[in-house]
Design a protein around this ligand. Structure first.
Ligand SMILES: [Mg+2]
Length: 304
């Protein structure tokens, strides 16, 4: 397809998903009050598998990954733009491209956001989806990673490990469970308006690694309990690897937060915040632990 044909395929899919924006001009004009901006890229073979995942699932994943970062900051999604680098297997298949755009815009509209623009390039390589998402704070200020204080409890807003289970054992059932992810926007709204949150982030690279990052940013130590970590159903069905998938797998897109008092959302209490411990930022059953997880640039999967 040529560029205008590609654009009309994408425009049609966005409209079907309820995301109505004028894509004709060089810039999108938005009077939005946006305060939060984030960007994240998905690459074929790194974040998704075109053989195992449908086009609509891949588009949805691109939106979830970015909206989850807005949720982590206590943000209400407003708009997204994306840049697509399309290999011939996508640029020449209207139906596939349409499903990708539909999945992307469906997740956006489900959370009140609109796809307002994008860019198209041809690539002699993997499909690349670069997304920028903008939002506004639900509360008076954003949630941050730096507010954890000793005495607070540590929570996660959902079960862990299912996304990684779908990579570890890509049978049809676990691969489908992998795509059960969603951005925890509603939870973020309740937490931001509640006011009892210390620190907050989303779990994208694995609980242990992300918990280590939060602890370091706050200058505290998080003491987590293995038996309290909530394991997803698909991960649990795999038996022995389940706990490791839940602790280090990543892409769960649930919120990891610290709080005083009882949070206003269903959440699992997995540990407590302590004064910075000389033994390190993360204790697992009181034993210092490496923040293992997914690091794009790590040779070993250790926290940096
Ligand atoms: Mg994040």
């Amino acid at each position: 397809m040529n560029e205008s044909q590609l654009l009309s395929v994408i425009d049609g899919a966005l409209r079907r998903a309820g995301s109505v924006a004028d894509l004709t001009d060089d810039c999108a004009y938005v009077e939005s009050g946006a305060q939060l901006i984030t960007t994240d890229t998905l690459i074929e073979g790194v974040h998704f598998d075109s053989q195992l995942d449908t086009a609509e699932q891949i588009g949805a994943q691109a939106a979830v990954q970015n909206l989850s970062d807005l949720a982590a900051s206590g943000g209400r999604p407003l708009f997204l733009v994306w840049s697509l680098c399309l290999p011939p297997s996508w640029a020449d298949e209207a139906e596939r491209l349409s499903a990708l755009a539909f999945g992307f815009a469906r997740v956006a509209t489900e959370h009140g956001a609109c796809v307002v623009g994008g860019n198209l390039s041809r690539i002699d390589g993997p499909l690349v989806i670069a997304v920028t998402a903008a939002g506004a704070c639900f509360g008076p200020s954003p949630l941050t990673r730096s507010g954890a204080r000793p005495g607070q409890a540590v929570y996660v807003s959902g079960r862990l490990g299912d996304a990684a289970a779908g990579v570890f054992d890509p049978s049809a059932a676990t691969r489908l469970a992998r795509h059960g992810w969603r951005p925890h926007i509603a939870e973020a709204q309740a937490l931001a308006l509640w006011g009892g949150v210390g620190a907050c982030m989303d779990i994208s690279d694995g609980l242990l690694l992300d918990a280590t990052r939060l602890a370091r940013t706050s200058g505290v130590t998080l003491a987590l309990s293995r038996s309290a970590i909530p394991i997803g159903e698909a991960a649990a069905a795999l038996g022995k690897p389940a706990l490791d998938l839940a602790m280090t797998g990543g892409e769960d897109y649930v919120l990891l937060f610290t709080a005083e008092g009882s949070p206003p959302i269903p959440a699992y209490r997995i540990g407590e915040v302590r004064e910075a411990d000389v033994r390190g930022p993360l204790l697992l059953d009181l034993v210092p632990t490496l923040g293992r997880g997914f690091d794009h640039f790590g040779t070993a999967s250790n926290a940096s």
